[in-house]
Design a protein around this ligand. Structure first.
Ligand code: GDP
Length: 139
């Protein structure tokens, strides 16, 4: 996949906190189109698989608790340079370190409850899109 599609997840803090509309508005204003979207309440096994790279880290159990605490909105977003640009638009993992005006600076509560996920490479974007969406949904 070229760098034109990426996976975003509006996490349980932001989805349950009524921030979804504002975040999507922010992303559309940054030039992203929503190619596909679905609301999912992740199972523990699902969250553990999605965050497998963090298995064994001190925050892993807490992260899985958080990501399974309520529904999320998974989205495939499209634009040129999607992966790189979305990482810029969402800001640093910890909202205290995120640049002003980024999604996390505006809407995140903490380093864990940080409103949004975005794929960190085109290869991971391909894997993460396939985790949530069937190819038939992405024509
Ligand atoms: P991201 O790519 O910016 O989302 O960050 P990472 O891939 O490093 O971490 C995945 C997710 O785990 C983050 O978005 C946070 O929700 C959570 N996380 C990362 N680091 C920490 C940490 O030090 N403490 C806690 N409690 N959660 C963390």
């Amino acid at each position: 996949m070229n760098d034109i599609r990426t996976l975003a997840i509006i996490k349980p803090d932001a989805f349950g906190g009524g921030k979804t509309g504002k975040i999507i508005d922010h992303l559309e204003s940054a030039g992203f189109g929503v190619l596909a979207a679905r609301v999912v309440h992740l199972s523990r096994a699902g969250a553990e698989t999605f965050y497998d790279v963090h298995r064994g880290k001190p925050f892993f159990t807490s992260l899985v608790d958080f990501m399974t605490s309520g529904p999320v909105l998974a989205m495939v977003l499209e634009r040129e340079g999607a992966v790189t640009r979305l990482r810029e638009v969402i800001g640093a993992t910890d909202p205290a370190e995120a640049d002003p005006g980024t999604v996390r600076a505006l809407y995140a509560e903490s380093k864990e409850r940080n409103a949004i996920h975005a794929s960190d490479s085109p290869d991971n974007a391909r894997v993460e899109v396939a985790f949530f969406f069937a190819g038939v949904d992405l024509a």
